[in-house]
Design a protein around this ligand. Sequence first.
Ligand code: IPE
Ligand code: IPE
Ligand code: MG
Length: 242
Amino acid sequence: MFWSRKKKTKKANAADIGVLPRHLAIIMDGNGRWATRRGMPRTAGHKAGSENFVRTVDACDRLGIQCLTVYAFSTENWQRSDDEVQGILKIMHAYIIKYVPELMKKNIRLRILGDLSYFDEESRRALGDSEKKLENNTGLTLCIALSYGGRNEIKQALESLIREGRTEVTEEDISNRLYTAGLPDPDLVIRTGGEKRISNFLLWQSAYAEYYFSDVLWPDFDEDCLLEAASEFGRRKRRFGK
Ligand code: IPE
Ligand code: IPE
Ligand code: MG
């Protein structure tokens, strides 16, 4: 039997990684399984997931990533049980209200990407107020995909072009009508939780994104895991079809 050293935890350091993704997008999957494995209700997994989300925002901010988009709740997730949906929304609501002052201190801009027509007026106003308070910040842009579906987003962009009476459109016209208008396309999309699919996330924007799939469940996807994904991204050769 050997004495083994406690695993060292790294603090994110851009210099160790090389080329950083300008826009990092994360499908934060595996909260439910994380809780079930511990004999806890699924909402406990969402709570643990939201705590990891806070740590991840902090790590991305320190790393100097320009834009972070997290997939928090999909249009399809509305079909889950009322209890689970309410649990997730309550956690997200608490996060957004509680962390606005901290995001302000860190110069972080907030954007909510998604179909907010599912929410009542008061929730929409609260989300809009938080975005507004942070809109002039110039540091990390944090996008939370909430009630988000990629197909629905493209459909809405096309509907807006139709309303404008357009008969011809460019790719740029479509990009400019997506929730992500004005943001760079994601360079790296990470999915945690072991599934290898994109589940309706940033379909248009990820045309040339690099994908990174991890078996680690979201609440356990720590800074070392993030650094590993970022380092692998740095080693990939992107060709964009050329
Ligand atoms: C991801 O975790 C969070 C949301 C979809 C809201 P899940 O809730 O999908 O967790 P698993 O995939 O069932 O473990
Ligand atoms: C994708 O995870 C959505 C979010 C992480 C918010 P899901 O758990 O909903 O995806 P599927 O059902 O496994 O495809
Ligand atoms: Mg899941």
